[in-house]
Design a protein around this ligand. Structure first.
Ligand code: SAM
Ligand code: DTB
Ligand code: SF4
Length: 337
């Protein structure tokens, strides 16, 4: 039988992993690959960098819900949109710790506290620092997403034991103005700079399905991949369309395009945990399975995101079981490493 040699280009990632910059055109070339070729390349990179192929479970808690002054066009927590989300005060410490304990008992290794703020007020900082300190003391990784930070605020969170700070670029620079007007792209980059300077790990991603073009999706990924260093965690959110927000009623994104976005994130940020984030409940098992094949290796785990629904934890355990996917840091007895 005649043997056909595998072409080298087939096995070689498009770009050496140590290369730092990704021009948008090169990211777009990845998006434009035949689907199976893109998936194959993403798998090669994923297996090289995550031989255990485990999935990280991060649980979210909205510690301060609604009433936000910003105008992010996707967000149910913006006070100016009539979405049925009532503004609440900052949650008390005990309630946060109870939620963190429940998350840990269910196998989550990271606990992410989210607040509907443009940026935290100094009077809030002490309370959030106490939450971080005590969740950390429970043996969980801590993450917070509180909006824009000043340099000293980032340092205070680091000193309290925060591991990760989540702050998303959300979309490509040239599409950003279609979605948000109350703060600039540069403000986001500045906050990410302060987070890095404080020695915190960066969790930074964006949202797809907001009416952006494929080139703009590539533009978002290029921005993330060109951060130096690129984020340790990259949440890729599928827009959850919420009635009352300006982005409600858009044509839905082709699910395969979402899978492509995950694959391109995996190839361009090989060592990052790429999180299959918001929008999983609407996706179904088959699309989620493709996302894991494309290199997603983290999920938000728990019945709620911040204000919208997430798959039931039990359904997630069943899905991960069906796919034979191990979870990160959970030993057989059910504890955390
Ligand atoms: N207020 C802080 C901020 O904006 O940085 C932290 C919380 S905010 C809700 C965190 C992120 O959630 C946003 O940057 C956005 O990427 C994501 N998000 C919010 N609403 C969403 C939606 N409807 N669908 C998908 N992602 C969403
Ligand atoms: C992120 O990138 N996605 C999460 C987390 N970081 C804070 C938030 C998703 C929010 C989805 C809409 C909601 O539940 O309000
Ligand atoms: Fe406020 Fe954050 Fe929602 Fe924007 S995304 S409206 S800053 S809570």
């Amino acid at each position: 039988m005649q043997q056909t040699a595998t072409p080298m280009t087939f096995l070689t990632p498009v770009k050496p992993v140590e290369a730092q910059t990704w021009p948008v055109d090169e990211v777009l070339e990845l998006f434009d690959l035949p689907f199976n070729e893109l998936m194959f390349r993403a798998q090669v990179v994923h297996r090289e960098h995550f031989p255990d192929a485990d999935v990280e479970l991060a649980t979210l808690l909205s510690i301060k819900t609604g009433g936000c002054e910003e105008d992010c066009g996707y967000c149910p927590q913006a006070a100016r949109y009539d979405t049925g989300v009532d503004a609440k005060k900052l949650m008390g410490l005990e309630e946060v710790l109870e939620a963190a304990k429940a998350a840990k008992d269910h196998g989550a290794t990271r606990f992410c506290m989210g607040a509907a703020w443009r940026s935290p007020k100094d009077r809030d900082m002490e309370k959030v620092e106490a939450m971080v300190r005590q969740v950390k003391a429970m043996g969980m990784e801590t993450c917070a997403t509180l909006g824009m930070l000043k340099e000293d605020q980032a340092q205070r969170l680091k000193d309290a034991g925060l591991d990760y700070y989540n702050h998303n670029l959300d979309t490509a620079p040239e599409f950003y103005g279609n979605v948000i007007s109350t703060r600039e792209y540069q403000d986001r980059l500045d906050t990410l700079g302060h987070v890095r300077t404080a020695g915190l790990k960066v969790c930074c991603g964006g949202i797809v399905g907001m009416g952006e073009s494929r080139r703009q999706r590539a533009g978002l990924i290029a921005q993330l991949a060109n951060l130096n260093p690129y984020p340790e965690s990259v949440p890729v959110n599928h827009l959850v369309q919420v009635e009352g927000t300006p982005l409600h009623g858009l044509d839905p994104l082709d699910p395969l395009e979402f899978v492509r976005t995950i694959a391109v994130a995996r190839i361009t940020m090989p060592k990052a945990r790429v999180r299959l984030s918001a929008g999983r409940r609407e996706m179904g098992d088959a699309v989620q399975a493709m996302c894991f094949m494309a290199g997603a290796n983290s999920i938000f785990y728990g019945d709620k995101l911040l204000t919208t629904g997430n798959p039931d934890a039990q359904d997630d355990r069943v899905l991960l079981g069906k796919l034979g996917l191990k979870t990160r840091g959970v030993v057989e007895q059910g504890g955390c490493k």
